[in-house]
Design a protein around this ligand. Structure first.
Ligand code: SF4
Length: 373
Protein backbone atom coordinates (compact mmCIF):
# COMPACT_ATOMS: atom_id res chain seq x y z
CA UNK A 1 0.00 0.00 0.00
CA UNK A 2 1.31 3.44 -0.91
CA UNK A 3 1.92 5.74 2.03
CA UNK A 4 -1.01 8.07 2.70
CA UNK A 5 -3.50 5.94 0.74
CA UNK A 6 -6.28 4.60 2.97
CA UNK A 7 -7.64 1.13 2.22
CA UNK A 8 -11.11 1.24 0.69
CA UNK A 9 -13.89 0.99 3.24
CA UNK A 10 -15.36 -2.53 3.10
CA UNK A 11 -18.89 -2.51 1.76
CA UNK A 12 -21.62 -4.03 3.90
CA UNK A 13 -23.27 -7.01 2.18
CA UNK A 14 -26.77 -5.57 2.83
CA UNK A 15 -28.33 -2.20 3.67
CA UNK A 16 -27.62 -1.03 7.26
CA UNK A 17 -31.37 -0.76 7.98
CA UNK A 18 -31.90 -4.38 6.90
CA UNK A 19 -28.97 -5.71 8.97
CA UNK A 20 -30.14 -3.68 11.96
CA UNK A 21 -33.74 -4.86 11.72
CA UNK A 22 -33.00 -8.61 11.60
CA UNK A 23 -30.40 -8.30 14.36
CA UNK A 24 -32.81 -6.43 16.67
CA UNK A 25 -35.56 -9.00 15.97
CA UNK A 26 -33.15 -11.76 16.93
CA UNK A 27 -32.13 -9.85 20.08
CA UNK A 28 -35.74 -9.32 21.15
CA UNK A 29 -36.38 -13.04 20.80
CA UNK A 30 -33.23 -14.43 22.40
CA UNK A 31 -31.70 -11.87 24.79
CA UNK A 32 -30.34 -13.34 28.01
CA UNK A 33 -31.27 -12.00 31.40
CA UNK A 34 -27.97 -10.96 33.02
CA UNK A 35 -27.59 -9.27 36.41
CA UNK A 36 -26.33 -5.95 34.99
CA UNK A 37 -28.79 -5.74 32.10
CA UNK A 38 -31.97 -3.67 32.15
CA UNK A 39 -35.04 -5.73 31.37
CA UNK A 40 -37.15 -4.78 28.33
CA UNK A 41 -38.83 -1.43 29.03
CA UNK A 42 -36.46 -0.57 31.94
CA UNK A 43 -33.92 2.24 31.78
CA UNK A 44 -30.36 0.94 32.18
CA UNK A 45 -28.44 2.01 35.29
CA UNK A 46 -25.35 3.74 33.79
CA UNK A 47 -23.18 2.74 36.75
CA UNK A 48 -24.19 -0.92 36.36
CA UNK A 49 -23.38 -0.71 32.66
CA UNK A 50 -19.98 0.90 33.29
CA UNK A 51 -19.05 -1.54 36.06
CA UNK A 52 -20.08 -4.60 34.04
CA UNK A 53 -18.27 -3.42 30.92
CA UNK A 54 -15.03 -3.01 32.87
CA UNK A 55 -15.51 -6.50 34.37
CA UNK A 56 -16.31 -8.05 31.00
CA UNK A 57 -13.15 -6.76 29.34
CA UNK A 58 -11.08 -9.82 30.20
CA UNK A 59 -13.52 -12.07 32.01
CA UNK A 60 -16.30 -14.26 30.61
CA UNK A 61 -19.96 -13.28 31.06
CA UNK A 62 -20.53 -16.48 33.06
CA UNK A 63 -17.84 -15.54 35.61
CA UNK A 64 -18.97 -11.90 35.75
CA UNK A 65 -22.57 -13.03 36.28
CA UNK A 66 -21.41 -14.86 39.41
CA UNK A 67 -19.35 -11.95 40.78
CA UNK A 68 -21.24 -8.82 39.70
CA UNK A 69 -24.20 -8.97 42.15
CA UNK A 70 -22.03 -9.02 45.30
CA UNK A 71 -19.72 -6.29 43.98
CA UNK A 72 -22.61 -4.08 42.89
CA UNK A 73 -24.49 -4.60 46.17
CA UNK A 74 -21.39 -3.32 47.97
CA UNK A 75 -20.71 -0.42 45.58
CA UNK A 76 -24.10 0.48 44.06
CA UNK A 77 -23.02 3.97 42.90
CA UNK A 78 -19.87 5.82 41.84
CA UNK A 79 -19.99 7.63 45.20
CA UNK A 80 -19.99 4.36 47.16
CA UNK A 81 -16.96 3.09 45.26
CA UNK A 82 -15.17 6.45 45.39
CA UNK A 83 -15.47 6.51 49.21
CA UNK A 84 -14.14 2.95 49.65
CA UNK A 85 -10.52 2.16 50.46
CA UNK A 86 -8.65 0.57 47.54
CA UNK A 87 -7.98 -2.48 49.74
CA UNK A 88 -11.72 -3.06 50.13
CA UNK A 89 -12.24 -2.70 46.36
CA UNK A 90 -9.48 -5.19 45.57
CA UNK A 91 -10.96 -7.62 48.06
CA UNK A 92 -14.40 -7.35 46.43
CA UNK A 93 -12.79 -7.83 43.00
CA UNK A 94 -11.44 -11.27 43.92
CA UNK A 95 -12.30 -13.98 41.43
CA UNK A 96 -12.32 -11.57 38.47
CA UNK A 97 -8.55 -11.32 37.95
CA UNK A 98 -6.67 -8.53 36.14
CA UNK A 99 -6.76 -6.34 39.22
CA UNK A 100 -5.58 -3.22 37.42
CA UNK A 101 -9.19 -2.96 36.22
CA UNK A 102 -10.35 -2.68 39.86
CA UNK A 103 -7.89 0.16 40.43
CA UNK A 104 -9.00 1.84 37.19
CA UNK A 105 -12.67 1.55 38.17
CA UNK A 106 -11.90 2.99 41.60
CA UNK A 107 -10.06 5.96 40.01
CA UNK A 108 -12.91 6.37 37.52
CA UNK A 109 -15.51 6.46 40.35
CA UNK A 110 -13.47 9.14 42.14
CA UNK A 111 -13.32 11.24 38.96
CA UNK A 112 -17.11 10.84 38.50
CA UNK A 113 -17.64 11.84 42.12
CA UNK A 114 -15.47 14.95 41.98
CA UNK A 115 -16.06 16.01 38.35
CA UNK A 116 -19.66 14.97 37.69
CA UNK A 117 -21.43 15.09 41.04
CA UNK A 118 -21.45 11.30 41.34
CA UNK A 119 -23.38 10.69 38.09
CA UNK A 120 -21.90 8.86 35.10
CA UNK A 121 -21.70 11.51 32.34
CA UNK A 122 -23.80 10.82 29.25
CA UNK A 123 -21.50 12.69 26.87
CA UNK A 124 -18.94 10.49 25.05
CA UNK A 125 -16.32 13.26 25.21
CA UNK A 126 -16.71 13.45 29.01
CA UNK A 127 -16.61 9.65 29.27
CA UNK A 128 -13.39 9.66 27.25
CA UNK A 129 -11.76 11.97 29.82
CA UNK A 130 -12.47 9.58 32.71
CA UNK A 131 -9.42 7.58 33.81
CA UNK A 132 -9.25 3.94 32.79
CA UNK A 133 -11.92 3.96 30.05
CA UNK A 134 -10.68 3.01 26.58
CA UNK A 135 -12.52 3.65 23.30
CA UNK A 136 -14.45 0.37 23.54
CA UNK A 137 -15.80 1.01 27.06
CA UNK A 138 -16.69 4.62 26.20
CA UNK A 139 -18.69 3.47 23.16
CA UNK A 140 -20.35 0.64 25.11
CA UNK A 141 -21.43 2.89 28.01
CA UNK A 142 -22.55 5.70 25.68
CA UNK A 143 -24.61 3.32 23.56
CA UNK A 144 -26.04 0.96 26.20
CA UNK A 145 -26.61 3.42 29.05
CA UNK A 146 -27.54 6.52 27.05
CA UNK A 147 -28.62 5.28 23.60
CA UNK A 148 -25.88 7.28 21.90
CA UNK A 149 -25.37 6.26 18.25
CA UNK A 150 -22.11 4.37 18.76
CA UNK A 151 -21.11 0.80 17.92
CA UNK A 152 -18.63 -0.61 20.46
CA UNK A 153 -16.18 -2.99 18.82
CA UNK A 154 -14.66 -5.62 21.10
CA UNK A 155 -13.02 -8.91 20.10
CA UNK A 156 -16.38 -10.61 19.56
CA UNK A 157 -17.64 -7.82 17.32
CA UNK A 158 -14.39 -7.81 15.33
CA UNK A 159 -14.95 -11.51 14.65
CA UNK A 160 -18.60 -11.07 13.61
CA UNK A 161 -17.77 -8.07 11.42
CA UNK A 162 -14.78 -9.74 9.77
CA UNK A 163 -16.96 -12.69 8.80
CA UNK A 164 -19.95 -10.65 7.71
CA UNK A 165 -17.70 -8.51 5.50
CA UNK A 166 -15.52 -11.44 4.38
CA UNK A 167 -12.29 -9.63 5.31
CA UNK A 168 -9.18 -11.77 4.80
CA UNK A 169 -7.46 -10.14 7.77
CA UNK A 170 -6.21 -10.90 11.25
CA UNK A 171 -8.27 -9.38 14.11
CA UNK A 172 -5.76 -6.60 14.83
CA UNK A 173 -5.76 -5.46 11.21
CA UNK A 174 -9.54 -5.86 10.82
CA UNK A 175 -10.63 -3.84 13.87
CA UNK A 176 -10.62 -0.34 12.36
CA UNK A 177 -12.22 -1.47 9.11
CA UNK A 178 -14.95 -3.38 10.96
CA UNK A 179 -15.60 -0.38 13.21
CA UNK A 180 -15.93 1.94 10.21
CA UNK A 181 -18.13 -0.47 8.25
CA UNK A 182 -20.48 -1.20 11.18
CA UNK A 183 -20.77 2.42 12.35
CA UNK A 184 -23.88 3.14 10.20
CA UNK A 185 -25.76 0.40 12.09
CA UNK A 186 -25.63 2.57 15.22
CA UNK A 187 -27.30 5.49 13.50
CA UNK A 188 -30.79 4.01 13.53
CA UNK A 189 -33.24 3.34 16.36
CA UNK A 190 -32.25 1.55 19.62
CA UNK A 191 -28.43 1.91 19.45
CA UNK A 192 -28.14 0.50 22.98
CA UNK A 193 -29.95 -2.69 22.06
CA UNK A 194 -28.00 -2.91 18.82
CA UNK A 195 -24.68 -2.75 20.70
CA UNK A 196 -25.74 -5.49 23.08
CA UNK A 197 -27.15 -7.61 20.27
CA UNK A 198 -23.87 -7.47 18.38
CA UNK A 199 -21.89 -8.50 21.44
CA UNK A 200 -24.37 -11.27 22.18
CA UNK A 201 -24.22 -12.53 18.60
CA UNK A 202 -20.44 -12.82 18.89
CA UNK A 203 -20.59 -14.49 22.29
CA UNK A 204 -23.33 -17.05 21.59
CA UNK A 205 -23.68 -17.65 17.85
CA UNK A 206 -20.68 -16.42 15.87
CA UNK A 207 -18.27 -18.26 18.16
CA UNK A 208 -14.55 -18.46 17.38
CA UNK A 209 -14.85 -22.12 16.37
CA UNK A 210 -17.97 -23.74 15.05
CA UNK A 211 -20.20 -20.67 14.52
CA UNK A 212 -23.87 -21.60 14.55
CA UNK A 213 -24.68 -20.02 11.19
CA UNK A 214 -28.07 -21.74 10.99
CA UNK A 215 -29.20 -19.74 14.05
CA UNK A 216 -27.67 -16.45 12.90
CA UNK A 217 -29.84 -13.52 11.83
CA UNK A 218 -27.12 -12.52 9.34
CA UNK A 219 -26.75 -15.93 7.69
CA UNK A 220 -28.08 -14.72 4.30
CA UNK A 221 -25.83 -11.70 3.78
CA UNK A 222 -22.76 -13.18 5.55
CA UNK A 223 -19.82 -13.56 3.14
CA UNK A 224 -17.87 -15.96 5.38
CA UNK A 225 -20.85 -18.33 5.58
CA UNK A 226 -21.21 -18.17 1.80
CA UNK A 227 -17.56 -19.23 1.50
CA UNK A 228 -18.42 -22.52 3.24
CA UNK A 229 -15.72 -22.15 5.90
CA UNK A 230 -16.82 -19.28 8.18
CA UNK A 231 -14.41 -20.05 10.98
CA UNK A 232 -11.38 -19.51 8.72
CA UNK A 233 -12.00 -15.81 9.38
CA UNK A 234 -10.58 -13.76 10.95
CA UNK A 235 -7.17 -15.08 9.87
CA UNK A 236 -5.26 -16.41 12.85
CA UNK A 237 -2.18 -14.42 13.91
CA UNK A 238 0.95 -16.51 14.53
CA UNK A 239 0.82 -18.00 18.03
CA UNK A 240 2.69 -16.00 20.61
CA UNK A 241 4.96 -18.04 22.83
CA UNK A 242 4.88 -16.71 26.38
CA UNK A 243 8.28 -16.75 28.07
CA UNK A 244 8.47 -18.87 31.21
CA UNK A 245 9.74 -17.63 34.57
CA UNK A 246 10.19 -19.50 37.82
CA UNK A 247 10.17 -18.65 41.49
CA UNK A 248 10.27 -20.30 44.90
CA UNK A 249 7.55 -19.16 47.31
CA UNK A 250 7.85 -19.34 51.09
CA UNK A 251 4.82 -20.30 53.19
CA UNK A 252 5.70 -19.20 56.71
CA UNK A 253 3.25 -19.87 59.53
CA UNK A 254 3.26 -18.82 63.14
CA UNK A 255 2.40 -21.22 65.98
CA UNK A 256 -1.17 -19.78 66.09
CA UNK A 257 -1.74 -20.45 62.36
CA UNK A 258 -1.12 -16.88 61.10
CA UNK A 259 0.54 -16.61 57.66
CA UNK A 260 3.19 -14.10 56.61
CA UNK A 261 2.19 -12.17 53.46
CA UNK A 262 3.72 -9.17 51.78
CA UNK A 263 2.30 -6.63 49.36
CA UNK A 264 3.53 -6.50 45.77
CA UNK A 265 4.75 -3.14 44.40
CA UNK A 266 1.89 -0.87 43.28
CA UNK A 267 3.07 -0.85 39.67
CA UNK A 268 3.43 -4.01 37.61
CA UNK A 269 1.95 -7.51 37.70
CA UNK A 270 -0.61 -8.02 40.50
CA UNK A 271 0.16 -4.46 41.63
CA UNK A 272 -0.59 -3.93 45.33
CA UNK A 273 -1.89 -7.48 45.83
CA UNK A 274 -0.83 -9.78 48.65
CA UNK A 275 1.61 -12.59 47.98
CA UNK A 276 3.77 -15.11 49.77
CA UNK A 277 7.38 -13.97 49.99
CA UNK A 278 9.26 -15.46 47.06
CA UNK A 279 12.56 -15.43 45.23
CA UNK A 280 12.74 -13.00 42.26
CA UNK A 281 10.83 -14.20 39.20
CA UNK A 282 13.25 -15.23 36.45
CA UNK A 283 15.19 -18.10 34.88
CA UNK A 284 15.28 -21.42 36.73
CA UNK A 285 17.74 -21.54 39.65
CA UNK A 286 18.91 -24.28 41.99
CA UNK A 287 16.94 -24.72 45.20
CA UNK A 288 19.91 -23.41 47.20
CA UNK A 289 20.03 -20.21 45.10
CA UNK A 290 16.31 -19.75 45.69
CA UNK A 291 16.58 -20.50 49.42
CA UNK A 292 19.05 -17.63 49.73
CA UNK A 293 15.96 -15.38 49.34
CA UNK A 294 14.12 -16.95 52.30
CA UNK A 295 12.54 -14.24 54.47
CA UNK A 296 13.64 -15.96 57.67
CA UNK A 297 15.96 -18.75 58.79
CA UNK A 298 13.84 -21.88 59.22
CA UNK A 299 13.73 -25.62 58.58
CA UNK A 300 12.14 -25.34 55.10
CA UNK A 301 10.15 -28.35 53.94
CA UNK A 302 9.81 -28.68 50.13
CA UNK A 303 6.21 -29.19 48.98
CA UNK A 304 5.57 -31.64 46.15
CA UNK A 305 4.13 -30.08 42.99
CA UNK A 306 4.08 -26.52 41.66
CA UNK A 307 1.66 -23.77 40.69
CA UNK A 308 1.65 -22.78 37.03
CA UNK A 309 0.07 -19.39 36.48
CA UNK A 310 -0.49 -17.91 33.03
CA UNK A 311 -0.28 -14.11 32.79
CA UNK A 312 -0.95 -12.15 29.59
CA UNK A 313 2.71 -12.05 28.64
CA UNK A 314 4.43 -14.74 30.70
CA UNK A 315 3.96 -18.10 32.39
CA UNK A 316 5.11 -18.36 35.99
CA UNK A 317 6.04 -21.71 37.53
CA UNK A 318 6.14 -21.42 41.30
CA UNK A 319 7.49 -24.08 43.63
CA UNK A 320 6.85 -23.90 47.35
CA UNK A 321 8.62 -24.54 50.63
CA UNK A 322 6.94 -24.19 53.99
CA UNK A 323 7.93 -23.79 57.61
CA UNK A 324 6.23 -23.19 60.94
CA UNK A 325 8.09 -20.80 63.23
CA UNK A 326 8.31 -21.60 66.91
CA UNK A 327 7.01 -19.08 69.42
CA UNK A 328 9.47 -16.27 70.01
CA UNK A 329 11.19 -16.72 66.62
CA UNK A 330 12.42 -13.63 64.76
CA UNK A 331 9.96 -11.87 62.39
CA UNK A 332 10.48 -12.57 58.67
CA UNK A 333 12.40 -9.87 56.76
CA UNK A 334 11.66 -8.02 53.53
CA UNK A 335 8.34 -6.40 54.36
CA UNK A 336 4.95 -7.88 55.09
CA UNK A 337 2.99 -8.85 58.19
CA UNK A 338 1.19 -11.72 59.83
CA UNK A 339 -2.39 -12.46 58.74
CA UNK A 340 -4.54 -14.43 61.12
CA UNK A 341 -7.02 -16.88 59.55
CA UNK A 342 -9.83 -14.33 60.15
CA UNK A 343 -7.83 -11.55 58.44
CA UNK A 344 -7.12 -13.82 55.46
CA UNK A 345 -10.88 -13.91 54.85
CA UNK A 346 -10.94 -10.14 54.38
CA UNK A 347 -7.67 -9.80 52.44
CA UNK A 348 -7.49 -9.36 48.64
CA UNK A 349 -5.82 -12.60 47.56
CA UNK A 350 -5.10 -13.07 43.85
CA UNK A 351 -5.49 -16.55 42.36
CA UNK A 352 -1.73 -17.16 42.36
CA UNK A 353 -1.55 -16.62 46.14
CA UNK A 354 -4.67 -18.71 46.70
CA UNK A 355 -3.25 -21.59 44.69
CA UNK A 356 0.07 -21.46 46.53
CA UNK A 357 -1.71 -21.50 49.90
CA UNK A 358 -3.70 -24.52 48.65
CA UNK A 359 -0.53 -26.28 47.50
CA UNK A 360 0.83 -25.72 50.99
CA UNK A 361 -2.23 -27.40 52.52
CA UNK A 362 -4.06 -24.23 53.55
CA UNK A 363 -7.53 -23.69 52.05
CA UNK A 364 -7.99 -19.91 51.68
CA UNK A 365 -11.44 -18.45 52.44
CA UNK A 366 -13.61 -18.13 49.32
CA UNK A 367 -13.78 -14.73 47.56
CA UNK A 368 -16.73 -12.55 48.65
CA UNK A 369 -20.06 -13.57 47.17
CA UNK A 370 -18.92 -17.11 46.36
CA UNK A 371 -19.93 -19.97 48.61
CA UNK A 372 -17.38 -22.58 49.50
CA UNK A 373 -18.06 -25.67 47.43
S1 SF4 B 1 -23.56 -16.40 9.41
FE1 SF4 B 1 -22.14 -17.55 10.63
S2 SF4 B 1 -20.14 -16.64 10.27
FE2 SF4 B 1 -21.67 -15.21 9.50
S3 SF4 B 1 -22.00 -13.78 11.18
FE3 SF4 B 1 -23.53 -15.40 11.39
S4 SF4 B 1 -22.61 -16.96 12.73
FE4 SF4 B 1 -21.00 -15.58 12.03
Amino acid sequence: MRRGVRPTLPVLPAAPAELRAVLLDWWDATRRDLPWRARPGERPDPWAVLTSEVMLQQTTAATVAGRFPAFFARFPSPSALARAELEEVLHAWQGLGYYRRARALHACAQAIETGHGGRVPDDPAALRRLPGLGPYTVAAVAAIAFDRPMVPVDGNVVRVGTRLLGLQLEPGAARTRVAEALAPLGLGPRPGDLAQALMELGALVCRPRGPDCAACPWRDPCRARASGAPDRLPLRPPRKIRPEQTTLAFLVRRADGAVWLRRRPEKGILGGMLELPSSPWGPARTIDEDLAHAPVAAAWEPVVGEVRHVFTHLVLRARLVRARLPEGAAEPRGGGRWFTPAELGRAPLPTLTRNLLRLGGLEPPPPPGRARS
